[in-house]
Write a protein that binds this ligand. Structure first.
Ligand code: NDP
Ligand code: OXD
Length: 317
């Protein structure tokens, strides 16, 4: 145990700047930055993003793992993470706000013909196009959880029709909800813009393929279906997305996540005129908002209170 009688926190974050995370964690608890702390019996909690395999199984008194992201595929995919240790994921208004901003930005850009007008500007071309209203456009949100439902609320307020798809059937005012395999086809058939906010699990890997895209609504007011993926890159098959864009199955795509990240320079997605790319930047975890919430949970757990936002290992998210 640390000097004040409370367990230490181990921070392990691959591919990220850890300075602010460590400083904020250290403001209320003793915190150690990996590679220090391996096998340390004084560590009670780990705060982790893509930790090195084996690290978390070596901590004899670990009480809980806090994922630095909402997605936990970085932990679930590592079979050295001890199955009996609870995993807390990020559910936070700041993260939801960032994701809402990203999705609303991309939906409106596709809806208001951003690509067409940007390319016209290059040619100094003064030409207007018919503009549907938002209520003529249906946005289908695939993955209707914390982020999907927050996004749905913003899109509804803008007047879009919204459908949601999840594993279990949800109820949400103003939204047509679908669930499971049986609900997938009607959900896709209603969607002009498909927003993917699913977690990456065994059941969702590669789900966004050509056959799925071919089931999206045809003949809608945007000239064809649009894809926005801010969930995980391995949900999508990029070769299929390119084929769908080239054969007219899709008209445009906004992609924030990729099968391989960073997106390799050789990827044809970079040059595709109908693809808009951001570098997994839709909703970054901001330690100023997330660390205090993690520390509060650690304190509450030490007092014997239950942890919030635990993942379901068997479902994989
Ligand atoms: P949640 O767990 O709250 O929601 C996940 C949703 O997906 C739920 O509605 C769930 O159904 C549904 N779902 C899961 N598996 C299936 C399935 N097999 N079939 C149908 N529906 C399924 O997650 P969040 O909303 O918090 O986050 C979603 C994902 O967003 C994260 O896992 C992460 O990958 C990604 N993300 C990306 C970021 C970025 O910057 N690009 C930032 C943050 C998150 P049910 O409601 O029945 O459980
Ligand atoms: C997350 C992410 O899962 O940033 O939170 O991708």
């Amino acid at each position: 145990m640390a000097g004040n009688g409370r367990g230490r926190v181990l921070l392990s974050a691959t591919g990220m700047d850890t300075g602010d995370w460590l400083a904020l964690l250290s403001s209320r608890r003793e915190a150690i930055l990996e590679p220090d702390g391996a096998d340390d019996p004084s560590i009670s909690y780990a705060v982790a993003w893509k930790p090195p395999p084996g690290l978390l199984s070596g901590l004899p008194n670990l009480k809980a793992i806090f994922s630095i992201g909402a997605g936990v595929d970085h932990l679930i995919g590592d079979n050295t993470v001890p199955p009996e240790i609870p995993v807390v994921r990020v559910v936070n208004p700041n993260l939801s706000q960032h994701m809402c901003e990203y999705i609303v930005w991309r939906v409106l850009d596709h809806h208001r013909r951003g690509r067409t007008y940007r390319s016209q500007q290059v040619g100094r071309n003064w030409r207007g196009h018919p503009q549907p209203t938002s209520d003529e456009v249906t946005v289908g949100i695939m993955g209707f959880g914390e982020l999907g439902s927050a996004v749905a609320e913003k899109l509804l307020a803008l007047g879009f029709s919204v459908h949601g798809w999840s594993r279990s059937l949800r109820e949400f005012d103003g939204i047509i909800c679908h669930a499971g395999e049986r609900g997938l086809e009607p959900f896709l058939a209603a969607s002009d813009i498909l927003v993917v906010l699913l977690p990456l699990t065994a059941a969702t890997t590669g789900i966004v393929d050509h056959s799925l895209l071919a089931k999206l609504k045809r003949g809608g007011p945007l000239g064809g279906p649009v894809l926005i993926n801010a969930g995980r890159g391995k949900l999508q098959k990029e070769a299929d997305i390119l084929r769908a864009l080239d054969d007219g199955t899709l008209v445009e795509a906004s992609l924030d996540v990729f099968e391989t990240e960073p997106l390799p320079e050789s990827s044809p997605l970079w040059d595709h005129p109908h693809v808009f790319i951001t570098p997994h930047a839709a909703a970054e975890s901001d330690p100023r908002f997330l660390v205090p919430a993690m520390l509060d949970q650690m304190d509450a757990h030490d007092r014997g209170e239950p942890l919030q936002n635990l993942i379901d290992r068997s479902a994989g998210y």
